[in-house]
Design a protein around this ligand. Sequence first.
Ligand SMILES: [Zn+2]
Length: 321
Amino acid sequence: MGKKLIGVDLGGTTIKFAILTAEGEIQQKWSIRTNILDEGSHIVPDIIDSINHHIDLYKMSRDQFIGIGMGTPGTVNREKGTVIGAYNLNWKTLQPVKEQIEKGTGLKFAIDNDANCAGLGERWKGAGNDGDDVAFITLGTGVGGGLIANRHLIHGVNGAGGEVGHMIVQPDGYQCTCGNHGCLEQYASATGVVHLAQDLAEEYEGDSKLKAMIDNGDEITSKIVFDLAKEHDYLANRVVDKVTYYLGLASANISNTLNPEYMVIGGGVSAAGDFLLERVQKNFEKFAFPTVRNSTKLKLAELGNDAGVIGAASLATQFEE
Ligand SMILES: [Zn+2]
């Protein structure tokens, strides 16, 4: 019987776990709530307990496992296996995650940031079709990315490689949390879509359900904007035009630099599906130069919530003998 991998996808509300074959097929999965109380000090002990509990539950032994891989928010030191600045976990100080999990489980452990892990998952078992060169953008509360060239993630000198959310798409545009202006994240994240809707609603005088909702002070989400656009709401379509313009521009710029086989778009906002993709594609074709336009394929992500655990587990394949 082949050895197994364990993948962990650590998020601000849930921690997802999976046991996979070395070929990346999920055999078991489960999740627990993330307890961020007390400076997030329960998180690592909870992960250790949950892994140990499930290894016992499935009557497995430590030597059946190659190792554990984990995706996490925050800034990761992959060599030391530490995390700092994961504010949605209340991890403000340095967390020696690798040391604790290896000691607590008796298994080898590897770690990377969550968007990189989702990118690895999509490359391996999802829209990336096991290709050598795959770029991944995830559109959620923020915008993250994972850039894979020649089957390896690009990390850069200080771990910021692949941070496509801070690609400038509108010079001197909306202020970003990073301190700069006009980053993709401010236009194509769930909150960015809402920000654009509110701004465009202010200048718009015509008939629109979206405009009426915003004027009423109703709560707007990116899903509402896309749903109304599908129903031919004029203002909602103006918002989607802008969002897809910025996404097409960013996708083309990434592709003009890396010429990946697949440029994959995932995350919550991508649930708008082909309606989103077709309009991003039009802008992508406008901005990509011919060689790239004819070889890089734009695709929607395929693994949904499983991308994170699958990609995280793939980190542990480095321990295979
Ligand atoms: Zn930024």
